[in-house]
Design a binder for this molecule. Sequence first.
Ligand code: ZN
Length: 357
Amino acid sequence: MVRVEMKIDVKLLSRICEAPGAPGSEKSIRDLVVAELKGLADKVEIDNMGNVIALKKGRSSAKKTMAAAHMDEIGFIVTHITDEGFVRFNPVGGFDPKTLTSQRVIIHGRKDVPGVMGSKPIHIMQPDERNKAMKLTDYFIDTGMSGDSLRKLVKVGDFITRHSPLMEFGNCVNAKSLDNRASVYVLLECLRVLKKSRRKPAYDFHAAFTVQEEVGLRGANAATLGIQPDFGIGLDTTIAYDVPGSSPQERCTRLGHGAAIKLMDSSVICDYRMIDFMKATAKKAGIKWQPEILSAGGTDTASLQRMVGGGSISGAISVPTRHIHQTIETCDKSDLGACVDLLAACVCGIDKHDWKH
Ligand SMILES: [Zn+2]
């Protein structure tokens, strides 16, 4: 299959991925999103929880469409600083412990302090330890500093994020927090595409950049309660296990095979009308798409569907992602482009569909 090289703003995507934003500590990424929204929306607001909501007025205000992309990334929080200058921590969001070995992290204290995830060297492990899976509690963070100097910069409660600058390879990008900065990029670019092409959303379009998704869709709950949309479009990454050793039923999605139209995940069964609408829209616009059933893991789509009296008509567009919830994650640039195009087409054509049950 020939992959189309899409025009992706890799510099912007890098800045979005590299901005820290553990759940509950999204200020850096939020400031970047607000700056990037300049000129792209009619109104930008930050709610009490820290969600950013950009309103782009539609051709009609009879109904509301809301899209949600979470800004937070899985991270850690400092629980203890040892006298020798090591940091113990709790996870904030679901990590795969085996991928943390000797990875670089940044502790966001009074200043950013770099550190390394340390664990027991294999040479001094007992034979039975060597075959055991690593637990999060087996790790400590080595800061290379003494306890006294570290305590001047870092305290209990400071957040920690992964340190992996974005790298391009093949037609792909690889970085620490593509879950879900890939979708933050997609939502921003959708607004930019609408502005450039002078297309208006069918209905008032509320673009929400949400907080605290990785700890249970918390920001999206509050944002949806505030907006009360008629239509909801979740935007998140999904598993692409299209790698050696996988069987076809395990793949979920494949890189380079287009925007994923979600059928269900463990938090939501997408509305069959929204699925039909998204498929028809992709077909009409010639956008490459693939179906997605994610057996474990939830998304903001669940909040969009349920935090509205009577519910909203909801579905989701997902970005296929390899190595998800590990220290590095990988997306294909052509899939990112397909997601931007599909979201823009859906938002503009949502009044053309028959939504009757
Ligand atoms: Zn996510």
